[in-house]
Design a protein around this ligand. Structure first.
Ligand code: SF4
Length: 225
């Protein structure tokens, strides 16, 4: 994979370096919070996680994976058989169709295995760029940086990007962080968004990033004016 060609300013690079260091100190053990034991389970759990929380997904996947442990089992089922296992999460009817159709494609085209190529992953039903990035980086350790709602919000607030389009945000972040860190940066930004920089109540007063964060500076300026 080629490094992106965008060239951020030295000031922005320095900010990114500080963010990287502080997040590493704050969340040394950051990891994917979707419970899984193999790439297939991660793929299914990530499809299920659209517009719901990882905690909700983790409640349903133990029984789901016990009954359908691999792509072969899932491919032989019908979506209606899946629904009782996942009906407590949002969009469960569509998601049941997606995971069965995905399992069938995995069996037909990839011998029941999850492919390691982005292009192949993105042809699977229910799999977009974000899900493909999660699987590539978390399951296979490949350089990919998934942008979800937490990554988007935290990156905006800090001032790492001004883009709204997730693909542009992904490219901006890739240009700021070393390729070897893309996967862990994704997890650390998510952890920060969940634990300290929530949508409704960011805890700027105790945040170790506040000195380089645009949002915190704006809040401070507003208080002082
Ligand atoms: S200072 Fe506030 S807005 Fe900035 S990253 Fe920390 S919690 Fe989020």
């Amino acid at each position: 994979m080629k490094e992106p060609t965008r060239r951020p300013s030295p000031k922005l690079k320095k900010k990114a370096r500080i963010v990287l260091e502080r997040l590493a100190e704050l969340y040394p053990d950051a990891h994917c919070e979707l419970n899984h034991e193999n790439p297939f389970q991660l793929l299914v759990a990530t499809i299920l996680s659209a517009q719901t929380t990882d905690a909700k997904v983790n409640e349903v996947t133990p029984a789901l994976f016990a009954r359908f442990p691999d792509a072969f089992n899932l491919a032989q089922s019908e979506p209606e058989e899946i629904q009782p296992y996942i009906q407590s999460i949002g969009l469960y009817k569509n998601k049941s169709k997606h995971i069965v159709a995905t399992a069938r494609l995995l069996v037909e085209k990839y011998g029941g295995e999850v492919p390691r190529e982005r292009e192949a992953l993105e042809t699977l039903p229910g799999v977009g760029r974000k899900t493909a990035n999660v699987v590539l980086s978390t399951a296979f350790g490949l350089p990919a940086l998934a942008v979800d709602t937490h990554v988007l919000r935290v990156s905006h607030r800090i001032g790492l990007t001004t883009a709204d389009d997730p693909l542009k945000v992904e490219k901006d972040l890739q240009a700021l962080f070393p390729m070897s860190e893309w996967g862990i940066v994704h997890h650390r930004l998510i952890w920060h968004g969940r634990r300290m920089c929530s949508a409704r109540a960011p805890q700027c007063a105790i945040c170790p990033i506040r000195e380089v964060c645009d949002f915190a500076k704006e809040q401070n300026d507003a208080r002082c004016s």
